[in-house]
Ligand binder design. Structure first.
Ligand code: ADP
Length: 265
């Protein structure tokens, strides 16, 4: 295959003059593709051995035959296996999302239903420590990929739980205005220093790696959110006050939405 990838840059000078720079970025493009394929392959290959390890660990723990002083190490081994499994799954998902930034999916997803489902999942993660509410101003459907949208909504809701260690209210809200539909997750947790906000969607970027790890984070959640949004012509906005809490908002353009019915709370 000898197709080339070109990048063009145009700088205008007044009315009828322009500087055009054309770069051949085929090599760069191919390298990037190789990196993605490599990550996807490695993640995929790691799944089977992980499943086997997790399976035997569980059998061993449930058999009651492990020596007494092995309980703790075995517990830690399963915990780490769970962590590694979610890391591998997130890497695989991210690699898949990155291969195409084009619009994905023709599913019609009912927003209110999705919010209730995500709220229930967040409640189970919270274990009753947070008051989690759903406010749906006007129900709508989003055109896109059901699985991808679920992971974007869920990532924000789970982060709200993870980064509100003292409990507190969390609100999931959907509202519509002239610019489109907005899904906002508002918490009253630890907040984020404005300094970090522009970098949060980078892979493995964490404000506090220790805290993230403790709460089971992989550092890939917001990178996944960003790529899901790119594929739905949507974007993310973040506002936060350190020590007071954060609001993460997914903004969908009107052309991705169909309004279905009036207010449901
Ligand atoms: P992680 O798996 O570490 O949670 P994410 O990509 O989901 O990875 O988030 C990246 C970082 O952004 C987190 O490590 C955390 O520092 C910060 N963060 C995300 N959501 C929140 C939130 N609701 N409140 C405070 N900090 C947050």
């Amino acid at each position: 295959d000898d197709s080339r990838t070109l990048q063009m840059e145009v700088t205008r000078f007044g009315q009828d003059e322009a500087l055009v720079i054309v770069r051949d970025i085929t090599r760069l493009h191919n390298l990037e593709q190789m990196r993605r394929d490599f990550v996807a392959n490695v993640s995929h290959e790691l799944r089977t051995p992980l499943t086997v390890i997790a399976g035997y660990l569980e059998t061993l723990q449930e058999s009651g035959q492990a020596p007494r002083n092995w309980e703790r190490p075995l517990g830690q081994m399963s915990e780490q296996t769970v962590r590694m499994t979610s890391l591998v799954n997130d890497l695989l998902l991210l690699a898949r999302l990155e291969t195409s930034e084009r619009d994905s999916g023709r599913d019609r997803i009912a927003v209110h239903g999705l919010m209730e489902r995500v709220a229930d999942e967040a409640r189970s993660l919270s274990g009753g420590r947070h008051q989690i509410s759903v406010v749906c101003d006007e129900d709508s459907t989003i055109t896109g990929d059901a699985g991808e949208l679920h992971s974007a909504f869920a990532n924000l809701a789970f982060n709200a739980v993870k980064y509100s260690p003292d409990g507190g209210p969390i609100e999931l809200r959907w509202r519509i205005d002239a610019s489109g539909g907005h899904f906002a997750v508002k918490d009253s947790g630890i907040g984020i220093d404005p300094l970090h906000i522009p970098r949060l969607t980078e892979r493995f970027y964490r404000v506090d790696a220790g805290r993230s790890r403790e709460s089971g984070g992989t550092g890939l959640g917001l990178a996944i959110v960003k790529h899901v949004l790119l594929r739905h012509s949507a974007n993310l906005s973040i506002s936060s006050v350190p020590g007071r809490g954060s609001t993460f908002t997914l903004n969908f353009p009107s052309q991705k939405l169909t309004q279905t019915s009036s207010a449901t709370t």
